[in-house]
Every structure is written in C-alpha cells, then in structure tokens.
Design a protein around this ligand. Structure first.
Ligand SMILES: NC(=O)c1ccc[n+]([C@@H]2O[C@H](COP(=O)([O-])OP(=O)(O)OC[C@H]3O[C@@H](n4cnc5c(N)ncnc54)[C@H](O)[C@@H]3O)[C@@H](O)[C@H]2O)c1
Length: 257
C-alpha cells in the first residue's frame, strides 16, 4: 500500500527512536520524508536508510525559532510542498519535583513544549498553502495520568494535548487536522537512559523497572506500533479525526492497580 504517495512529510527528532520509525513507515508508504534532528550525523544516517531513497536530512534544534522556520522553508523549497508534520523531538530524565531547579524544568519544557509550538507554528502555514494535511503531535500517556519523577515531562505533554486541541479547531477551516499520540513506555533510548534513574529514585533493584513496566502495561511498546498509529493520523483514513488523542499503553491508563 502507498497511503502517503506524493506527500511530503517532516519528522523532528527523526534520527532515532519513535521519530525514526515514523519516518521509515511514512517513506514505505510513498512519502518524501525530511528527517530532522539536532543530531546532524544521526539525521543523515536515518535519512539515508529510508525506503525508496525518499529520506532527506535537515539539522534543526526545535528550541530555536530561526532554525525551525528555516527547516520548514527549506523543506518546501527542496520538495515543493509540505503535507504532514510530526513534532516528535523530545527529552526527559527522572528528577523529583523538590530536587528540580528551574533550569532542569525549562530544559524539558523548551524541547517538549516550545519545540512543538514552533514546529506547528511554522509547519501549519506551509500545509495550508499545500491545500491541507495533517499534524501528528507526540504527547504521552503521562499527559492524562501525571507521573512521579517526571513532573516537567508530564506537564509538557499535558500542554501538548491541549495545544493539539486548540490547533485542531483553529486550523479546521483550512483543512489541517491535528491529532496527538499518547504512548506509554516504548523501548527506545529515551527510556533505556532513564531506567537507572527511575530504579534509584524508586528504590528498585537493577532491572526492577522492567518488572514494573510488565506489571503496569504488560510489556514495552515498540516504535513500529507507534509508527502505525502515526500513519493512521497522517493518512486520509483518519479524515474525520481532529483534536483527538490515541493512547497506546497496553492498558496502563485503564487501571488503578
Ligand atoms: N519512548 C517512550 O516511551 C515514549 C513514550 C511517550 C512519548 N514519547 C515521546 O516520543 C518522542 C520521541 O521519543 P523517543 O523515545 O523516540 O526518544 P529518543 O531519545 O529515542 O529520540 C529523541 C530524538 O529527539 C532528538 N532531539 C532531542 N532534542 C532535540 C532538539 N532540541 N531538537 C531536535 N531534535 C532533538 C534526539 O537527538 C533524538 O534523535 C518524544 O517526544 C517523547 O517524549 C516517548
């Protein structure tokens, strides 16, 4: 199937993890995909491996307004249009609220919220100019639950869900749909890097975090499962969805215990 044939898509934070899986899925469905990341070498490597030679790398720090504006302008200049944007770049590591200084708070909010706002702010006019399309934000199940030790991260993700809804209603007349993905824990470097910190702060033995995940959501999700959901929101199959959020968490959010 080629659900995104002829479309141009932009994925921030696309060098690895969920962004890379989403870029790969989109390219397999016929899209030309701009893989953008703060990691220039990583973006180049990921873009080079996309199916059909349809990947193109552009280095961009989503915290920097000029860089984000340049990213969208270059995408349109190089590929003629923009139809799909995935503000995916994100960071986060565990820290209790009372140990969190303002710099740590802002370091997460600047990527996970400012970066989403900036990407949406500059991508949406380009998508409107192309006649419409789709924006898929990467929130998290923590947007609905909150979570100990990642208060900055969860607050940013809750704001992303809210921003997604506002953007959906403001952009509906211009044929731009905006939807959010809310994954639980997925096996990427983001989670692997955070695992020892969670274990220490939660008093778990080494490896204990994996047991907690198994108890809460059965297993880790896979990047490919998130990419499938991103494809749904990016494609015409979700034509009546806007302002919505899809939780992919193995049931974590469904149960108190
Ligand atoms: N992995 C999970 O369990 C999970 C769950 C829910 C939501 N998410 C969200 O999905 C998104 C991707 O997460 P992931 O697990 O793939 O993370 P990851 O750490 O594997 O990859 C994140 C990518 O973002 C890039 N990045 C970081 N800061 C950037 C910046 N300022 N500008 C541009 N790029 C930047 C990194 O270089 C990296 O390539 C994030 O928004 C994350 O919060 C992840």
């Amino acid at each position: 199937m080629t659900e995104l044939d002829g479309k141009v898509a932009l994925v921030t934070g696309g060098a690895k993890g969920l962004g890379r899986a989403i870029a790969t899925r989109f390219a397999a469905e016929g899209a030309t995909v701009v893989v953008s990341d703060i990691d220039a070498d990583g973006a180049q490597a990921a873009a080079a491996e996309l199916p059909g030679g349809r990947g193109h790398a552009i280095t961009c720090d989503v915290r920097d307004e000029d860089q984000v504006q340049g990213l969208v302008e270059r995408t349109v200049a190089d590929h003629g249009a923009l139809h799909v944007a995935v503000p995916n770049a994100g960071v986060g590591s565990p820290c209790p609220l009372l140990a969190m200084d303002l710099a740590a708070w802002r370091s997460v909010l600047s990527v996970n919220l400012d970066g989403v706002f900036l990407t949406l702010r500059y991508a949406a006019p380009a998508i409107i100019a192309a006649g419409g399309g789709s924006i898929v934000t990467l929130a998290s199940v923590t947007a609905t639950t909150g979570s100990p030790l990642i208060g900055h991260y969860a607050a940013a993700k809750a704001a992303v869900v809210n921003l997604t809804k506002t953007a959906a209603t403001e952009l509906r007349p211009q044929n731009v749909r905006v939807n959010a993905l809310l994954p639980g824990f997925v096996g990427t470097d983001l989670v692997t890097a955070a695992r020892p910190g969670f274990e220490e702060l939660l008093g778990l033995p080494a490896g204990g975090f994996d047991g907690l995940i198994e108890q809460k959501q059965g297993r880790y999700g896979t990047p490919e499962e998130v990419a499938d959901a991103a494809l749904f929101f990016a494609s015409d199959r979700s034509g009546f969805c806007t302002g919505s959020g899809l939780v992919l968490d193995g049931g974590l959010d469904a149960s108190l215990l």
